[in-house]
Design a binder for this molecule. Structure first.
Ligand code: NOJ
Length: 541
């Protein structure tokens, strides 16, 4: 590697915190900023470089914070601005960077701008949102369907003014009108507000939706059942992103913007990197939906490489987040659906998640971990009377079990239960028990992150897939004269990686050493050419 230093986010490991569920310092059953501050040491011990904190702004919480009613403050549930400043300072002292969520596509319907817009049609804020007159047949202005409730239109009729307003998500989340210069200025000011407070990056929520076709045309009939937010892809957004990128780049310290571009084609997502002048990073969702199967992963990797390489765009990898079932739960459900014997699913469940961790932390690109995956958590089972999310995403948002006591480290004065139940295995699978156990998933993540740091090839190196037996994914990472490889066995049998697969030739020299193995076996020893069932290894020379 030569030339100017690469930006920090290329080699970083980012840890997503969903603040309601991370840690509760004041005993109200909801996680808070003080809870995050109390565990910064644990995150530094794990070795991550940055934390992304999902929204903590004042909000009616219809969408648990993605419906913002004040962009420049902290919801009292989570703490205060002063506490946020302290969190930034404490994180920085530990070399942890802070990325915050920015929700530019919509506000809450309780945001003062929208309340103002409702007062009358001539109000200054009226045009900050998207309004349309009724059609003669009384139907909504177009056929777009909303996310979450896909039978619902993206439009709500507002009796008082006799017009419809647009909301790609809940009706409590009216879309901002980015054609209106006042909106652009206000949302740029929000970015400045937080960048001035020292945040290192922005995660931009559904940022591909800040531009819309001004005609708001119907979606073609064959796509009419797909939420419009997954289809919205128009040229004007790119200029808006270039302006946002300029704003970020005017700050020192490589502030990063990672966009949630929720379009399922990786080729389409790639365009939001522009020519290196739009998003620095964009989430790539197909891997998050990929079942645990070698051909699927090979396809995800191939399509990512092919879409991003021509633009020299840097990939991201994610297995789980706050919007989807956790990957261990997904892999288990898919295996049962395929008819795998339930006993085998139980036996293989954690092993598969361990293999996935090896991939996540050795593929070329920035990995994003979702809180709790470092313990191999499953989703919580949510009884019907405790369902709270309109999008059915409560399971992955269960509170983190910090220890094996009844309340798992969530203070419970007067018996206040956390806002959601804990995952089923919490009495045995929790932070304290895993921290004490060198064989735990937590320690595997820690060793993998440390290994990335020791071997820059694993974060910044070139990436080449090489031949391996069926059911095994094998790739090499190279930087300068350092070569590493990762081998992932998706099968439940022992696989011999004999010489004709050329691992050693591929690594350039022999013997290869097992730097990491997903089950901990053989680390530090020469690789004996065998991959155990559901095992992944990282080899170094
Ligand atoms: C994507 C966020 O990840 C999700 O949680 C939210 O509901 C929607 N955007 C709407 O803001």
């Amino acid at each position: 590697m030569t030339g100017s230093p690469l930006p920090w986010w290329m080699s970083a490991v980012v840890y997503q915190i969903y603040p309601r569920s991370f840690a509760d310092a004041n005993g109200d059953g909801i996680g808070d900023l003080a809870g995050i501050r109390a565990h910064l040491d644990d995150l530094a011990w794990l070795g991550v470089d940055a934390i992304w904190i999902s929204p903590f702004y004042p909000s009616p919480m219809v969408d648990f914070g993605y419906d913002v009613s004040d962009y420049c403050n902290v919801d009292p549930l989570f703490g205060t601005l002063e506490e946020f400043d302290a969190l930034v300072a404490e994180a920085h002292a530990l070399d942890l960077r802070i990325i915050i969520d920015w929700v530019p596509n919509h506000t809450s319907d309780r945001h003062p701008w929208f309340l103002d817009a409702l007062t009358d049609r001539s109000n200054d804020h009226r045009n900050w949102y998207v309004w349309r007159d009724p059609r003669s047949d009384g139907l909504p202005p177009n056929n777009w369907v909303a996310a979450f409730d896909m039978s619902a239109p993206t439009w709500t009729f507002e009796e008082a003014s006799g017009q419809w307003y647009l909301h790609l998500f809940e009706s409590a989340q009216p879309d901002l009108n980015w054609d209106e210069p006042g909106v652009v200025d206000a949302m740029h000011d929000v970015l400045r507000f937080w960048l001035d407070r020292g945040v290192d990056g922005i995660r931009a929520d559904v940022v591909h939706c800040i531009g819309k076709d001004p005609q708001l045309p119907d979606n073609p009939p064959e796509l009419a059942a797909i939420p419009h937010s997954a289809l919205n892809d128009v040229p004007v957004t790119h200029q808006r992103l270039r302006d946002i990128r300029n704003l970020l780049d005017s700050y020192p310290g490589d502030r990063v913007i990672v966009g949630e571009v929720y379009l399922l084609s990786t080729d389409a997502v790639a365009t939001y990197y522009g020519n290196g002048d739009e998003l620095h990073l964009s989430f790539n969702f197909p891997p998050l939906y990929a079942p645990w199967s070698e051909p699927h992963w090979r396809r995800c990797i191939d399509s990512t490489v092919h879409a991003l390489a021509p633009r020299d765009a840097w990939p991201t990898w994610v297995l789980s987040n706050h919007d989807n079932p956790r990957h261990r739960s997904r892999y288990d459900a898919a295996a049962l659906f395929r008819g795998e014997d339930p006993a085998s699913v139980v036996r293989r469940s954690e092993l598969r998640a361990r293999c996935a961790a090896v991939m996540l932390l050795t593929l070329r690109g920035t990995p994003f971990l979702f809180q709790g995956e470092e313990m191999g958590l499953l989703d919580a089972v949510i009884p019907p009377d405790r369902v709270v999310d309109p999008g059915g995403r409560d399971g992955c948002r269960a509170p983190l079990p910090w220890d094996g006591t009844d309340h798992h480290g969530w203070i419970a004065p007067e018996g206040i239960e956390p806002w959601l139940p804990f995952p089923d295995e919490s009495s045995t699978r929790n932070y304290a028990s895993q921290r004490d156990d060198p064989d735990s998933v937590l320690h595997l993540y820690r060793r993998l992150i440390a290994c990335r740091r020791r071997h820059p090839a694993l974060s910044l190196g070139d990436f080449v897939l090489f031949d391996a037996p069926d059911g095994v994914l094998a790739y090499r990472r190279t930087v300068d004269d350092e070569v590493c490889a990762a081998l992932i066995n998706f099968t439940d049998t022992t696989v011999a990686i004999d010489h004709h697969f050329g691992i050693e030739a591929s690594l350039g020299r022999a013997p290869a050493t097992v730097a990491i193995s997903s089950d901990g076996s053989g680390e530090g020893s020469p690789f004996d050419g065998r991959l155990l069932p559901d095992q992944a290894v990282v080899l170094t020379t």
